[in-house]
Design a protein. Sequence first.
Length: 191
Amino acid sequence: MSSPRIVFWLLTAGLSLGATLEGQTSPNPAVDNDFVAKQFGSTCVLADQPPLVGDFNGDGIDDIVIPARCKNPMMNQAENQYLVIDPYYSFYGYGNPKITTQFGAEDLAHRNLVLLVIHGAGDQAWRSANPMAKFMIVNTPLDKIYVKKLMVRKKPHMAIYVEETGGSGMDSALFWDGKKYRYQPMGANLD
């Protein structure tokens, strides 16, 4: 194969890979249990899934979502300056986390499974010593998460997609509406 053909092939392969990865994120190895404990307290540890990075609040600065296990979500809220939220039960009518965090997961493997979200600030983004905001999202039944864009009111929003537990094959999305995180089952109307 001649040199121009090799260059063309490598360039084409690189562009194809770039197009494939657009809108997707990769795991961030800088996140470990020490980082999670520093941000959300010692009762939280990483879950089996890698963290994902994306701009969830639309401010142009990277944010991060970290699947974790947390034993008592409300305990470290004031000390670690995060907000416990329950978009899942809010969608179904009552999402007060002071009450809904007391609900037990039917499946013990998914008990205490939460999503930790850090909205980044400045050049350090989500790694900043003073992030814009931190959230602990509780009670979302999840097996796997991924990040990609979701159309909401004819505008694209970066969303956290969730493959839900229980073998239902149902997917849902969590997205920032400008004020709070909302839960939306796929196929439901987002207007």
